[in-house]
Design a binder for this molecule. Structure first.
Ligand code: SF4
Length: 374
């Protein structure tokens, strides 16, 4: 399990190693044809690589087009509930927040699916919940998948970490992918941000990716919440180590990476401990592409439109559009409290038009259940 592997890596030592990377280390990492290791990755996200951003962008674009063509896979999230038993200090849905909690009924879920279909021909659907296993647990998620199956080709979830058996059982209901953000790999401070509830169990969360792999989940999505730790680079390196571990162990699985940047929470009142600039986000994206040519890199509507359009030409392969981050936001409860504010407020059709104008090919359907049977 990765929690054992992680013990080999010291947070402060990793931070120090990144800081000591030099231009010579960056030049070595950028040697044509070199297969990058973690040390190279550290060099590419270090401050020493900042003057080489254009070279990194060129390589990132080349590798992305070699593997993905000019496609951008489109998806949309649907929040099923904002009910949560956790107390993440940066989230407005935390258990102590006095707010109206909603768990969509079956009828409301179907209404949301129909409303999504009216926006654009979405086939990739991400079902999102807070963490409340008693009221919106595996059986509830299974039912939502059953209802979605006739309408969407590719079903993913972003819910509480589950057992291997639960992941395996959800696959029988059409589950194709799971996204789980570790938030931070800093074991020492993880519980400062996640003091109570299931999410306080660092090991259960970090080992969820192994359980997904063992259950044969086709696609696994990872991410660290940029802004939790002062040293975002250290968290990104830890995530790259995790990715490296997973892709060797569960080599049939497809992986995706996300770098969600935190905003000051309107409800939790949490002030981010660092701000990652657009340039730094681009650097992390290019470094990840150079490190792993096959990994999907996803930008959500948290990011501004201009940046998303630009990065779709340089390394990003997956995007959400017209997202609502409140349960029932597309039809049933459009004015409810959102989990985070979206920056890119364009409609899905407007995003599609902008991507086409940039020479990209937005793809609505890139998976079918028959592929898994094959
Ligand atoms: S981040 Fe997720 S788990 Fe934490 S309080 Fe918010 S909804 Fe719950």
């Amino acid at each position: 399990m990765f929690s054992e592997e992680l013990k080999k890596y010291d947070w402060d030592e990793t931070t120090a190693r990144i800081a000591t990377k030099t231009e010579a280390d960056v030049a070595r990492a950028l040697t044509p044809g070199r297969r990058l290791d973690i040390d190279d990755f550290m060099a590419l996200i270090s401050p020493a690589a900042e003057p080489h951003l254009e070279t990194m962008a060129r390589l990132s674009r080349r590798y992305t087009e070699e593997r993905f063509g000019r496609t951008v896979s489109m998806f949309i999230p649907l929040y099923l509930t904002n009910s949560c038993t956790n107390s993440c200090v940066y989230c407005g849905f935390h258990v102590a927040n006095k707010m109206k909690r909603t768990i969509l009924t079956e009828e409301e879920i179907v209404n949301e699916y129909k409303a999504i279909k009216r926006l654009a021909p979405f086939e990739n659907l991400l079902l999102v919940t807070g963490e409340n296993p008693a009221k919106a647990g595996t059986a509830y998620i299974a039912r939502a998948l059953d209802l979605a199956k006739p309408m969407f080709s590719n079903l993913k979830i972003e819910v509480m970490p589950l057992s291997t058996d639960d992941y395996a059982s959800l696959r029988k209901h059409g589950l194709n992918g799971v996204i789980c953000f570790q938030e931070t790999y800093c074991r020492e401070r993880y519980n400062d941000y996640h003091p109570r509830g299931m999410k306080a169990n660092f090991e259960w969360r970090v080992n969820a990716f192994d359980r997904m792999g063992m259950a044969g989940v086709h696609s696994i999505g990872m991410g660290v919440l940029i802004g939790l730790e002062r040293e975002w680079r250290t968290d990104v390196v830890m995530m790259a180590r995790h990715l490296d571990y997973l892709r060797k162990k569960y080599w049939r699985t497809k992986y995706s990476i996300n770098f969600p940047r935190m905003r000051p929470s309107e409800n939790g009142g949490f002030r981010p401990n660092c701000v990652m600039t657009d340039r730094e986000l681009a650097q992390a994206t290019f470094a990840m592409r150079l490190f792993d040519h096959d990994v999907d890199i996803s930008y959500s509507t948290r990011e501004p439109a201009r940046l998303r359009d630009h990065m779709a030409c340089l390394g990003v392969t997956t995007m959400s559009a017209e997202s609502k981050t409140e349960p029932g936001g597309y039809y049933s409860y459009p004015q409810a409290l959102e989990q985070f504010h979206v920056s890119d407020e364009r409609t899905a059709v407007e995003v599609e038009t902008a991507l086409k104008a940039m020479g990209r090919q937005p793809v609505w359907k890139d998976w079918d259940a028959c592929l898994e049977r094959a």
